[in-house]
Write a protein that binds this ligand. Structure first.
Ligand code: PRP
Length: 207
């Protein structure tokens, strides 16, 4: 174990097993064609019935998996390989600006996705939901482009930290309000490559 880690929350094996289970479940839902995101009111616009006629993606366009940079990269890479369906992938860079360590609550797009989402099933892949601001923003941003459905899967969820209402469709693990790193998650850009998810020692970040 890395010396900066207080304890391991989830081992690489536990993460891999949970990711495979999430992949199976998501694949079933996508294959069934259920409009989970739209039905649950997750900011998805009404299905674009004639997306192709409207200049959107053809009806046969495969689901689009969207990776939120940077933290989601390892989970995204494993999850898409656990979904045995045709998929396309996209990457979006988002950031929150604010004074000091506090988020302003405003999310900015550093790099947007290029693909046309109209009429398509979209799967947003996130590493962690904390305040909920990032995903509330992104769901609204994508809904404006008239997807058929929007689903959100997150490896970790910290429901006790919500500042805005947001409920992911699929959750790997719910965690308490502890400082987690590893499997994509960082402190000052470090620890993303740890194969497990651990709690960072408070002495490292002055907590
Ligand atoms: C983290 C994480 C989520 C977001 C969640 O990203 O990857 O995208 O914060 O926080 P929220 O629910 O409070 O919006 P971060 O801004 O640290 O960027 P990174 O993924 O590049 O580390």
């Amino acid at each position: 174990m890395h010396p900066d880690i207080e304890r391991i929350l989830f081992t690489a094996e536990q993460i891999a097993e949970r990711t495979r289970a999430l992949g199976r479940r998501i694949a079933e839902d996508l294959a069934a064609g259920c409009e989970k995101g739209a039905a649950s009111g997750k900011q998805a616009a009404p299905p674009a019935q004639n997306a192709a006629a409207q200049g959107g993606a053809p009806a046969s366009a495969p689901p689009l998996a969207v990776c939120i940079l940077k933290g989601s990269v390892p989970f995204f890479a494993d999850l898409i390989r656990a979904i045995p369906l045709p998929l396309e992938t996209e990457y979006i860079a988002l950031s929150s600006y604010g004074a000091g360590t506090a988020s302003s609550g405003q999310v900015h797009i550093g790099k947007d996705i290029a693909a046309d989402v109209a009429g398509r099933d979209v799967l947003i892949v996130e590493d962690i939901v904390d305040s909920g601001r990032t995903l509330a923003f992104l769901c609204g941003h994508l809904a404006a482009r008239h997807p058929r459905s929007v689903r959100v899967v997150t490896l970790l969820d910290k429901p006790s930290r919500r500042a805005v209402p947001f409920t992911p469709d699929y959750v790997g693990f719910a965690v308490d309000d502890v400082f987690v790193v590893g499997c994509g998650m960082d402190y000052a850009e470090r620890y993303r490559n740890l194969p497990y998810i651990g709690v960072l020692k408070p002495s490292v970040y002055g907590g």
